[in-house]
Design a protein around this ligand. Structure first.
Ligand code: SAM
Ligand code: SF4
Ligand code: SF4
Length: 378
């Protein structure tokens, strides 16, 4: 059962909190936690301290992006002075494939390539082809801002990509340009979604981060536009990821309000999850116009079923989107460790996992310095 979080409860009382963007500096973590000891008695299947398995792997293939979405990579911080990772610190395709194989030995069912903007990583199609060859039966997906997708959709499909998610925060051009903050037009993203469908990457999932006052007045337009197309919009609560996006609880539109607004325009009902631990809660339109989803990380935490691991651009394992530190796998790879030792290290980290950030989020935790989302991947 999803928990109503302390942050949401605080919001309900009208006491809200915030922290100013100019006072924070992004962290690229320096002090990696040491790998804990492997508990030999723990056995398989692998489970963490709360009994959660390891099902999904998200891989950030670059910490760079051509957008400056205000809620993710605000321009004031990610400016010309910002130091991105040097090439030598970024995992090579061979290293990503090797780690993916090792993760797959735990029964991972899905790999999502993300970032930063994954289509900015040169040769990402080749990475997908290598992953597909190594892991023929696994679901390989990718999340993109859609800016470069039109030209690449066919090649991604041919390389073996299973499906794609495109982020799109508004259909209103002015609003979209303001939110991506690089004046990128909405029309090009819509063309990319068409190209992805034509290439066989549908149904396309369309992610809309809902931020009060910025784009919440476009929720219904978004639902209407994609209703009946087979594509699936997911309305995401604005989250306090990283420490630079000036997050305020006031700016979060709870998913239940999103559903309420949509229901008034297009009656809908809850629908079954595809599998245990699915992040989005599914709703379907009563008139047969398909489905949409809501992702309620802030107001209805789903930590109890969280089975996702994240691999950062520089090869650290993060067991939570809101983590402050990761476990350095790259130095094991480059230090000559064999697959069994690396597998044991991953298992040990997972066995010790206690993360449940969204269940315990408060004004204080929201202010804590966490790793940036563009670094570990959304
Ligand atoms: N650049 C790609 C993109 O935008 O699709 C992939 C990386 S992005 C970090 C992955 C997803 O995280 C996107 O759908 C984005 O909208 C979402 N996201 C980023 N910052 C967020 C925040 N503060 N709250 C909620 N979702 C966020
Ligand atoms: Fe870039 Fe995606 Fe973050 Fe927007 S959400 S700044 S497109 S990484
Ligand atoms: Fe998983 Fe962390 Fe999000 Fe909870 S807060 S659902 S543990 S990533």
């Amino acid at each position: 059962m999803a928990a109503i979080t302390p942050a949401a409860a605080e919001f309900a009382t009208g006491r809200c909190y915030s922290f100013p963007v100019e006072k924070v500096i992004p962290i690229v973590p320096q002090n990696r936690l040491a790998i804990p000891p492997l508990r030999q008695d723990a056995g398989l299947p692998l489970a963490d301290t709360l009994g959660r398995g390891l099902r999904d792997l998200r891989i950030s293939v670059t910490d760079r992006c051509n957008f400056r979405c205000t809620y993710c990579m605000p321009k004031e911080v990610f400016n010309d002075d910002y130091e991105y990772l040097p090439q030598t610190e970024i995992l090579t395709f061979e290293e990503i494939v090797r780690l993916s194989r090792i993760f797959a030995s735990f029964g991972i069912q899905k790999i999502r390539l993300t970032g930063g903007e994954p289509l900015m990583r040169k040769g990402v199609e080749s990475l997908i082809a290598q992953l597909r060859a190594a892991l023929p039966t696994i679901d390989i997906t990718l999340t993109t801002n859609g800016s470069a997708l039109k030209a690449k959709a066919r090649a991604l499909k041919d390389a073996g990509l299973s499906r794609i998610t495109v982020s799109l925060d508004s259909l209103d051009d002015a609003t979209f340009r303001a939110m991506n903050d690089v004046d990128f037009p909405v029309g090009k993203v819509l063309e990319s979604i068409d190209a992805a469908r034509d290439a066989g990457l549908g149904p396309v999932k369309v992610n809309m981060v809902v931020k009060r006052g910025a784009n919440d007045h476009h929720i219904i337009d978004m639902a209407r536009h994609f209703k009946g197309t087979g594509h699936i919009v997911r309305f995401i609560e604005f989250m306090d990821v990283g420490s630079t996006n000036g997050w305020r609880m006031d700016d979060v539109i709870p998913s239940r309000e999103v559903v309420h607004r949509i229901h008034e325009a297009f009656p809908c009902e809850p629908w079954n999850a595809h599998y245990k631990g699915e992040v989005a809660k599914r709703w379907r339109y009563l008139d047969g116009g398909g489905e949409f989803g809501v992702i309620s990380s802030v107001t209805e935490a789903f930590c109890s079923t969280c089975n996702r691991a994240r691999l950062s651009t520089d090869g650290a394992l993060y067991t939570c989107l809101f983590a402050q530190q990761g476990f350095d796998l790259k130095s094991l790879l480059r230090g000559g460790q064999d697959d069994v030792s690396i597998r044991d290290a991953i298992a040990a980290v997972w066995q010790h996992r206690t993360d449940r950030y969204s269940e315990i989020r408060t004004a204080e935790t929201a202010k804590a310095r966490k790793v940036e989302m563009s670094f570990i991947g959304g």
